[in-house]
Design a protein. Structure first.
Length: 119
């Protein structure tokens, strides 16, 4: 079992930056792949970015070149850095963990942190 807690969301102007955090507890964090997803009002949840246990990364086309992700296994935390934010990035952002690698199939989920990008 892995417990995940997101933080770092908030209100930011378009063009600004935010760094989210996903803190994990429970079983060994370094064994898990970490994904981030988002859900905007009235829309389905979508994949944003993921980082594998070994540091490989994948990005949704919509955020490629603007978002990056890193992890600190000593702190059991993963950090998506969101730059050049757009109003369409407004959503609740969720952290997820899985031993499988990819854009879906994640087993454990956090409660989400809201991000609002104003124009």
């Amino acid at each position: 079992q892995v417990q995940l807690v997101e933080s770092g969301g908030g209100l930011v102007q378009a063009g600004g930056s935010l760094r989210l955090s996903c803190a994990a507890s429970g079983r060994t964090f370094r064994s898990y792949n970490i994904g981030w997803f988002r859900q905007a009002p009235g829309k389905e949840r979508e994949f944003v970015v993921a980082i594998s246990w070994s540091g490989n990364t994948i990005y949704a086309d919509s955020v490629k070149g603007r978002f990056t992700i890193s992890r600190d296994n000593a702190k059991n935390t993963a950090y998506p850095q969101m730059n050049s934010l757009k109003t369409e990035d407004t959503a609740v952002y969720y952290c997820a963990a899985s031993t499988r690698w990819g854009r879906d199939g994640y087993d454990y989920w956090g409660q989400g942190t809201p991000v609002t990008v104003s124009s």
